[in-house]
Design a protein around this ligand. Structure first.
Ligand code: PLP
Length: 473
């Protein structure tokens, strides 16, 4: 078997990336108190026997009894704890390590877990890949872009994309180059056309993609689409930032169904669980051009602020050097509790069960909202049924007499007056000041947050608004 090594992209590094790459070995961390032979009078680590917690425990939520299914058997609550020192036989660090400074990679137990998960789920094809723990995708995105992009550099984005990405790129003075989308996300031919005709002052260097359950459009790239996009990126030598926080919330080809059918074992068997998920762009990455951002926010809880970044080792080295001097490392309690839960309490089986639980909750909600939208709104809107994630992206079919400047603002105001909320689509566009974009009546709705019994009520309110604007069912 031939061993593939990642291509060397160091000539593309940003100014900061270059400094971090060339000076990273100057880190003092390797002289730390971990070497028992050294009497350290050197480093600034405080003594662990001054740390304010000697034990931390957390009760694991008893989620699986609340879902209304009859197959639920867990009723006892589970408590996990972290002790002052690593317990004999445990894989997880003690609080003396979790609460201490350390290098940017993150605690080794969670890092090991993440590497294993990446290897088993995405099978990177080249040998020299690595992982670093992040504080979630948004943190990862900030660091990943810093590796390669300087002020004024170009980044290719979807026509509509994650608001915090737009804001991050604006604040860093990147030039955002939008590429058209269809129901599967970015269109490869469009990407190729934009890259082939590019005449801007700086070359196109990087692309930001959300391949699964895209925010805001809810689109998911098929396997073929992922391959096609990857080959266009290869052709134009683009670094790919793959932001994938909705990866585990895939519904496969489970169709829209009523509530009772959705809870039937036959229907639930159509959900992908952890075994039949679409692969990441990493799977095709023979060059080491993908920087993949994983997040635990949507699966576990957002403010654990935990995720991980996978990329070729040189890139991870730069991100680690960045982390060493900014965050230092992700939060030790979050990492420790996640490690205890994932590695020792849930193990593979518990993780699979949790993924199945979240998929079931969200597909149930998707079905409820989509059915209500179809039944109440008919031709007043257009949308595609999302196969992943949290969002439905819809376009209001306004009659000609209602198509006017500012109509999206008017619609939004009326919706809030009637006590329902969706986010106007133009806010997700890098080109949002353009009046042609601002007046296209796209909206993003999410089915995951509102109480179940209020989803239909929200659509009923939307129906009243759309009728007032003269929309026809
Ligand atoms: C595409 C995308 N990336 C990142 C995030 C935030 O993820 P995290 O909490 O891991 O920063 C979101 C959440 O809204 C998102 O939609």
């Amino acid at each position: 078997m031939t061993i593939i090594k990642a291509k060397d992209f160091t000539e593309k590094l940003s100014k900061a990336g270059h400094v971090r790459y060339t000076k990273q070995n100057a880190s003092l961390g390797k002289y730390g108190p971990k070497n028992p032979k050294i009497i350290s009078l050197g480093l600034g680590d405080p003594r662990p026997d001054t740390f304010i917690f000697s034990e931390v425990s957390a009760t694991v939520a008893n989620l699986y009894n609340k879902d209304g299914s009859s197959d639920s058997t867990d009723s006892a609550q589970t408590t996990i704890s972290l002790s002052e020192k690593k317990s004999p036989g445990s894989l997880v660090e003690g609080l003396d390590v979790l609460l201490q400074y350390g290098d940017g990679y993150g605690v080794r137990s969670l890092l090991g877990y993440a590497k294993n998960l990446v290897k088993n789920s995405h099978c990177p094809q080249y040998e020299d890949w690595d992982v670093i723990i992040s504080c979630g995708s948004t943190d990862g995105l900030d660091k990943a872009t810093d590796v390669f992009l300087n002020d004024g550099d170009n980044i290719i984005v979807d026509e509509y994309t994650y608001i915090n990405a737009i804001k991050t790129f604006e604040a860093k003075s990147y030039n955002q180059v939008s590429v058209g989308m269809d129901t599967e996300g970015m269109i490869p031919e469009e990407l190729d056309r934009v890259c082939s005709n590019w005449q801007g002052p700086n070359p196109l260097k990087a692309i930001y993609l959300i391949p699964t359950g895209q925010n805001p459009t809810g689109t998911t790239m098929s396997l073929q689409r992922r391959k096609d996009i990857y080959s266009v990126c290869q052709k134009h030598d683009l670094i790919i930032i793959e932001d994938d926080p909705y990866y585990y919330i895939q519904f496969g080809d489970a169709p829209v169904a009523d509530g009772e059918t959705t809870l039937s074992p036959e229907y639930l068997s159509k959900l992908p669980g952890t075994k039949n998920l679409l692969p990441s762009m990493l799977l095709f990455d023979v060059d080491g051009r993908v920087i993949r951002l994983d997040s635990m926010s949507k699966l576990m809880a957002p403010n654990l602020r935990t995720g991980w970044i996978t990329a070729q080792k040189r890139v991870i080295d730069v991100i680690r050097a960045h982390t060493d001097t900014t965050l230092i490392r992700a939060n030790g309690l979050s990492m420790g509790l996640l490690s205890r839960l994932l590695l020792e309490e849930w193990k593979e089986e518990g993780f699979e069960k949790h993924v199945a639980f979240v998929q079931k909750q969200y597909v149930y909600r998707r079905n409820l909202l989509v059915k209500s939208m179809k039944e109440r709104l008919g031709n007043m809107i257009e949308f595609s049924v999302p196969e992943t994630g949290m969002f439905v992206w819809l376009k209001v079919n306004l009659p000609d007499e209602a198509k006017r400047e500012g109509v999206v603002d008017e619609l939004f105001e009326k919706m809030t007056e009637k006590n329902m909320l969706m986010i106007p689509g133009f806010l997700f566009s890098a080109d949002q000041k353009n009046p042609n974009v601002k007046d296209i009546p796209y909206f993003r709705a999410t089915f995951v947050y509102a109480p179940l019994e209020e989803l239909d009520m929200a659509i009923e309110r939307l129906e009243t608004v759309l009728l007032e604007f003269g929309c026809k069912k």
